[in-house]
Design a protein around this ligand. Structure first.
Ligand SMILES: [Zn+2]
Length: 227
């Protein structure tokens, strides 16, 4: 049975591959200007290649999900999103070069933007397909909330976005994905379960924090006063 995690995993793997390509390329270019030139040279191509792959993967995944969860059989096939005429990869590298102080931070900034552009192709595929699919009533944001409180908040709301909502707000390194809803959203993403596991994680974090605080107090404050 396909789950939303399969898509997240596959898109994560694709962006890792793209990242590895970039890192290999700039490995020996320590010089800021040289690195910038190399990134400008290769990043648009990588965003295209891996972005297209992400769209294909997402379309296949969509069809699998629909087969399992949608009523109405194979009346529709997912449509892989088309690459925008300009993915902005060029501008991304310029921006990273302007923001960064070191070749290393330029690379990290550029990689973040590249990840977002590739992952967006998957999101656009799912959102666009859900919009045209007569079996679907919209789409949801799904993820494990590991990225940031903002995503966690959005996922927790469990909203099903209407078909005409096409904007998926995402930041760099955001692993959230879009999933179609076929009338019973909980079949695909169980928000209550998500909230329970988040709560459990919060509790665990809190108890670890408490433990750390206790230890610190023991080590730093419990010594007998010498005076
Ligand atoms: Zn996210």
């Amino acid at each position: 049975m396909a789950t939303w995690r399969d898509l997240a995993r596959q898109i994560g793997a694709l962006t890792k591959l793209a990242e590895r390509d970039v890192r290999l390329l700039v490995l020996e270019l320590d010089d800021f200007a040289e690195r910038r030139v190399a990134l400008k040279d290769v990043m648009p191509m990588l965003v295209d290649t891996y972005g297209q792959a992400a769209a294909t993967v997402a379309a296949e995944w969509y069809d699998e999900m629909a087969l399992e969860h949608a009523r109405g059989g194979r009346s529709f096939s997912a449509i892989a999103a088309e690459l925008p005429a300009n993915t902005g990869a060029d501008v991304l590298v310029d921006w990273a070069a302007t923001e960064a102080r070191t070749p290393a931070s330029m690379l990290e900034l550029a990689l973040g933007g590249m990840q977002r552009r590739i992952a967006n192709m998957s999101r656009a595929t799912v959102i666009g397909s859900a919009a045209s699919d007569p079996r679907s009533d919209g789409w949801m944001r799904v993820g494990d909330g590991d990225n940031c409180p903002f995503c966690d908040m959005l996922i927790s709301r469990g909203a099903v976005y209407a078909k005409d909502t096409v904007r998926f707000g995402a930041h760099d390194h955001c692993n959230c994905q879009a999933a179609p809803s076929f009338g019973s959203p909980a079949d695909i993403f169980d928000v209550d379960k998500y909230k329970r596991s988040q709560r459990r994680r919060d509790d665990e974090t809190r108890s670890k924090d408490n433990e750390r605080a206790r230890q610190w107090i023991e080590e730093n404050l419990s010594a007998e006063p010498t005076a």
